[in-house]
Design a binder for this molecule. Structure first.
Ligand code: C2E
Ligand code: MG
Ligand code: MG
Ligand code: MG
Length: 281
């Protein structure tokens, strides 16, 4: 311990850095192995149309486990993937896996459910990304409108015209574009109005506090109004309670996603879930 060594606190920082480096390398190695062993997995979380309760789309959420089969949270492994340069291979795996899932759902009750994948800003710096996504869809004989992509504000803002151009290519082809975690970034409304997007997903944190905090409630209302006046679909993330469901319905949100409706689940649980929410005779 640094304390035991008196004023020599350098060693404290050194061991801290070593720990973090070790942690980082372990995760990078796990990701690397998961790619070669093909053990990454997509989970799916339904996005519910608040007008009629049907599943319009579902978000694909990446899952990765360590050597002991313990799940590593994506908020931990995605930043490692970005820093280690593995994000492009992982991103391509996600695009391919989402397309394969759409193919598997063909002819089933889930065939009209769109899959929305998360894109990292790093992936958008690949100038061929849009072309590659469209090519993958085409190879699987899928329509571009069967896929959506989610990006956070900051991932788009930092971008130059090439990145915006790629989003435009995707949107013009019919791929659904959503701004994820909306409200937490730094984009201005003027900027937003110029972006090629279809939906805004209001960050979960606003809903969490909207029930007791007037300013969060005001922000939610404002985002919904701005979204609608720009002709965008407004999605709310993180609905966990019936009160929150009532609130977002009364505020006029279009779609909702959250533990109240369903937790993210493996693809093979989706038909069961769909059956459970069907009105019974
Ligand atoms: P996100 O895109 O904002 O995804 C929503 C997160 O909120 C998911 O966490 C989901 O499980 C969680 N969530 C959904 N409903 C509720 C709820 O009612 N309450 C609470 N407390 N949480 C809820 P998850 O799966 O841990 O993913 C975290 C983040 O990791 C995602 O945030 C996304 O930014 C990133 N991520 C996940 N998969 C991918 C991927 O394939 N590629 C990239 N680049 N990022 C990904
Ligand atoms: Mg997302
Ligand atoms: Mg989100
Ligand atoms: Mg997020």
């Amino acid at each position: 311990q640094a304390k035991d060594k008196g004023k020599n606190s350098v060693c404290f920082y050194t061991s801290d850095i070593n720990d973090r480096l070790h942690h980082y390398q372990k995760i990078a190695m796990t990701l690397h192995n998961a790619l070669s062993d093909d053990t990454l997995q997509l989970y799916f979380q339904p996005q519910i149309d608040l007008n009629d309760g049907h599943i319009l789309s579902c978000e694909a959420l990446l899952r990765c486990s360590d050597n002991n089969s313990q799940p590593i949270p994506p908020d931990v492994f995605i930043p490692v993937a970005e820093k280690s340069g593995l994000i492009n291979r992982i991103g391509n795996w996600v695009i391919e896996a989402a397309c394969q899932q759409l193919v598997a759902w063909k002819g089933t009750a889930l065939e009209n459910v769109r899959i929305d994948i998360n894109l990292s800003g790093k992936q958008l710096t690949n100038p061929n990304l849009a072309e590659q996504i469209l090519k993958t869809l085409h190879q699987h004989e899928l329509r571009p409108s069967q896929l959506g992509v989610e990006l956070t504000e900051n991932e788009v803002i930092g971008g130059d015209n090439v990145q915006i151009g790629q989003l435009e290519t995707l949107k013009n082809a019919g791929v659904h574009i959503s701004i994820d975690d909306f409200g937490t970034g730094y984009s201005s409304l003027v900027y937003l109005s110029k972006l090629p997007v279809c939906s805004l997903k209001i960050d979960r944190s606003f809903l969490v506090h909207a029930m007791e905090n007037e300013s969060d409630m005001a922000i939610m209302k404002a985002i919904i109004n701005v979204g609608h006046s720009l002709g965008l679909t407004v999605v709310v993330e993180g609905v966990e309670t019936i009160e929150q469901d009532k609130l977002v319905k009364s505020l006029g949100c279009d779609l909702a996603q959250g533990y109240l409706y369903a937790r993210p689940m493996p693809a093979d649980k989706m038909p069961e879930y769909l059956y459970d929410i069907l009105p019974k005779p």
